[in-house]
Write a new protein. Structure first.
Length: 439
């Protein structure tokens, strides 16, 4: 406990880190306050049907990502999911389209252009999701809930929703530039954490109302949740070391040979992105059906406990894990850098053979990582099958758990970097903290 308070004191001794933390907290508070601002022209006392619709299935997940703004008919109801969907499409184009491949190689200027394309595509997606959300409001709420109706009100509400999402994007970018951590990821994490107390309270009230071992089951559920959380941390931080032998190393006029180092290859190099990719694809039928999840393909793919939902979702997670790992980890580039530095892998020829060797290792270690990631993604379905409340079950795995783990580790890693640069002790007594992208 003494070490904890000493670490907090050290954090606030660093002026730049202190300003970044305060700035980040203030902008996150602005986002949380905005999630309770109901769209103009809607009676907030008549949102019960919308809240019930957003309590389970994919709409429940969307409501959790937005911190409850979806069920509140808030100006931030669409959250950052349109931006995430646009980012996914742009990243896919970066693999398939030569123009975007060129932008990726242009460094900072290329990144700015790709960000601009992402914003344009976000607006295009909002032009679809905004009217769909307004249509869903008319379907779920009684006519008396609308103080103003008509075509022009629908246009007005759509513009408000679009402006709300763009404002949330701006908040995320400001946090990334002048705050702490990745702004968009922190906004999603705050929305998820905001739903956690309500989910725990609902599950606890349900279990304690039972007389046949309900309280004991609630304690077991909490223990299992902690174990899954720890396993997910192990997945995010897990890595395999590949030995690298340096042919020579000259210090002054002396030459040393046989210096061995290691390349740490992560078991889950893709992080949470495969689940976000897969989740975005699973939401497309719901979008095209204007949030109507009662009929057609949208009904099948919105059943969290259904076989086909979990089967397709799991396959997509495995496929996107391999895809995103291939995008983020380039064995050819690693082999070239190793060759330039005079290094080689014992028993493997430099160049093409080294790239093939590293690629084969990545394929082998990605397989168990992708399967475990798919299991984590569909764990909420198994939790609901065992009677866990829908909202609480979402924290047993899936995107919510991995986002919580990944964002927390990345943010803590950034704080630790500030501490170590100022010659303070790090956050962990046993060693350096590793985030999702840390190698």
């Amino acid at each position: 406990m003494k070490r904890f308070f000493q670490t907090i004191q050290n954090i606030f001794k660093i002026e730049e880190l202190r300003k970044r933390i305060v700035y980040t907290i203030l902008l996150l508070l602005v986002y949380r306050l905005g999630s309770f601002v109901v769209l103009p022209g809607i009676d907030p006392t008549q949102l019960a049907n919308l809240e019930n619709q957003a309590s389970g299935g994919l709409l429940g997940l969307l409501n959790m990502f937005s911190g409850g703004a979806f069920g509140n008919a808030s100006i931030f109801a669409l959250g950052v999911m349109p931006y995430i969907s646009a980012s996914i499409v742009i990243q896919l184009l970066g693999v398939m389209v030569p123009y975007f491949q060129k932008l990726q190689r242009e460094g900072e200027s290329g990144r700015r252009k790709m960000n601009q394309w992402t914003r344009y595509l976000t607006i295009a997606i909002l032009l679809l999701q905004g009217p769909a959300y307004v249509t869903n409001l008319h379907a779920q709420l009684p006519a008396s809930a609308f103080l103003v109706q008509g075509f022009w009100y629908n246009i007005f509400a759509t513009l408000i929703l679009m402006a709300g999402t763009m404002f949330v994007m701006w908040l995320g970018e400001r946090i990334t530039d002048r705050g702490l951590g990745n702004g968009i990821s922190l906004i999603i994490m705050v929305g998820i954490i905001a739903r956690l107390p309500f989910a725990i309270f609902a599950e606890g009230a349900s279990r304690f109302s039972q007389t046949n071992g309900g309280p004991l089951m609630f304690i077991i559920e909490l223990v299992i949740l902690v174990l899954i959380f720890m396993l997910t941390i192990a997945l995010v931080q897990g890595q395999r070391k590949v030995p690298v032998q340096y042919a020579k190393r000259i210090i002054g006029n002396k030459q040393y040979g046989g210096v061995r180092q290691y390349i740490p290859l992560k078991i889950n190099a893709a992080g949470v992105m495969p689940i976000i990719f897969a989740q975005a694809l699973m939401m497309f039928p719901m979008l095209l059906s204007r949030f109507d999840t009662t009929t057609g393909l949208a009904a099948t793919l919105s059943d969290y406990t259904g076989f086909w939902y979990n089967f397709i979702f799991g396959l997509l997670v495995v496929a996107f894990t391999y895809f995103y790992t291939a995008v983020t980890v380039n064995p050819t580039m690693m082999a070239e850098e190793m060759k330039k530095n005079g290094g080689f892998i014992p028993g493997v020829k430099p160049g093409k053979k080294t790239a093939e060797y590293l690629g084969a290792i990545m394929d082998r270690i990605t397989l168990p990582g992708s399967i475990f990631l798919a299991l984590v993604a569909i764990l909420p379905a198994f939790a609901m099958m065992f009677g866990v409340n829908n909202q609480f079950a979402q924290f047993y795995g899936g995107t919510s758990l991995l986002i919580l783990v990944g964002v927390v580790l990345d943010t803590l890693q950034q704080i630790e970097s500030y501490l170590l640069m100022r010659h303070y002790d790090g956050l962990m007594k046993t060693g350096r903290l590793k985030g999702r992208s840390g190698m």
